[in-house]
Ligand binder design. Structure first.
Ligand SMILES: C[S@@+](CC[C@H](N)C(=O)[O-])C[C@H]1O[C@@H](n2cnc3c(N)ncnc32)[C@H](O)[C@@H]1O
Length: 253
C-alpha cells in the first residue's frame, strides 16, 4: 500500500509506535525525499539550519578533528555536510539512513571521500563496535521504531569517551507559544507540506510523532538506561526543539 493511501488514523497509529511504524516511516520518507530539503527549510523558516549547527557544536569534534563520526538517520545528509564544512575538521562522516531515496536526494552534498552514505537501520547498524569518535541524530530518533534499541546501538558504535547528540523537536512549555506552535504544527504545516510534497499524510504524521515522543526528562532517563553518562539537555527556541548530549563511559561496560 502506498503511504498516499494511508489515512490519518493509520498515520496516528504509526506515530504512536504501533502498527508497522518501521515500514510506514521508511515509506513516507522515501516518497517525500525529492521535496524534503525544500520543505524542511520552508516550514521551519530556516531555523533548522541554526539548530543543526548548535547540535554539531555539542558533538565536540574539536576533541578529535580527524575522527570518524556517525550522522544517524542522516536523511539528505545536511548534518554530515555541515560537519565536513567545520573549520579544522579533517575526518569523515558516515551518514546512515534506511530510506535510500533520502540518501540519494542528498548525493550532491557528498564531499569527495569525506561523507559515506550507508543504507542501514538505526537499531541494527552494520558497523563495528566503538567505530566512531561521536554520533549525532537530527530529527531522526523520534521516527525510529524502537527508541531504546536505537540508543543502545548508538552507544555500541561510539568509542568510550565519545558523545552522542540528539536534536529533536519538543513542545514549548509556555501556554501561548505552545498554543501557537500546536496550531502551526497541526494545521498550517500539514496543509503546506501536503501541497508542496503532494503527499497527503506525511505532514500529518509529523505533529503526531512529536506529540508521542518522550519529554526532555524522560529522554534523558532513557539515554542513561541505554548506558550513556553525563547526560544533559538544553531547550532551543523557547522549547520548540531540544538538544540532548550523552557520553559513552570511558570504562568499557
Ligand atoms: C526527519 S528526517 C531527518 C533527516 C536529517 N537527519 C535532517 O536533519 O534533516 C528522519 C530520517 O530518519 C530516517 N529513519 C527513520 N527511522 C529510521 C531507522 N530505523 N533507521 C534508519 N533511518 C531511519 C528516515 O528515513 C528519515 O530520513
Amino acid at each position: 500500500m502506498l503511504a498516499t493511501d494511508i489515512d490519518g488514523a493509520t498515520a496516528g497509529a504509526a506515530a504512536a509506535g504501533g502498527v508497522e511504524k518501521r515500514a510506514y516511516v521508511k515509506q513516507i520518507f522515501s516518497e517525500i525525499a525529492p521535496r524534503y530539503d525544500l520543505l524542511n527549510h520552508l516550514l521551519s523558516m530556516n531555523i533548522d539550519r541554526a539548530w543543526r549547527r548548535e547540535a554539531i557544536a555539542a558533538l565536540g569534534i574539536e576533541r578529535d578533528p580527524g575522527g570518524a563520526y556517525l550522522d544517524l538517520c542522516a536523511g539528505t545528509l545536511d548534518v554530515a555536510a555541515e560537519i565536513v564544512r567545520s573549520p579544522r575538521f579533517r575526518g569523515f562522516v558516515v551518514g546512515a539512513d534506511f530510506a535510500e531515496p533520502m540518501l540519494r536526494a542528498g548525493e550532491r552534498k557528498v564531499a569527495a571521500g569525506r561523507i559515506a552514505p550507508v543504507a542501514a537501520d538505526a537499531v541494527d547498524l552494520p558497523i563495528a563496535s566503538s567505530a566512531f569518535a561521536g554520533a549525532i541524530v537530527a530529527f531522526g530518533i523520534r521516527n525510529v521504531a524502537g527508541l531504546d534499541a536505537a540508543l543502545r546501538e548508538a552507544r555500541r558504535v561510539i568509542a568510550p569517551g565519545g558523545r552522542f547528540v540528539i536534536l529533536e523537536f519538543s513542545t514549548p512549555r509556555a501556554w501561548l507559544l505552545r498554543t501557537l506552535y500546536q496550531a502551526y504544527f497541526t494545521r498550517v504545516l500539514p496543509l503546506i507540506g501536503g501541497l508542496v510534497s503532494g503527499h497527503r499524510t506525511a505532514y500529518r504524521y509529523l505533529p503526531q510523532s512529536v506529540a508521542n515522543f518522550p519529554a526532555e526528562e524522560e529522554l534523558a532517563a532513557r539515554m542513561r538506561s541505554a548506558g550513556f553518562v553525563e547526560v544533559r539537555w538544553a531547550r532551543l527556541s523557547f522549547g520548540i526543539a531540544a538538544i540532548h548530549v550523552g557520553e559513552r563511559p570511558l570504562r568499557l561496560t
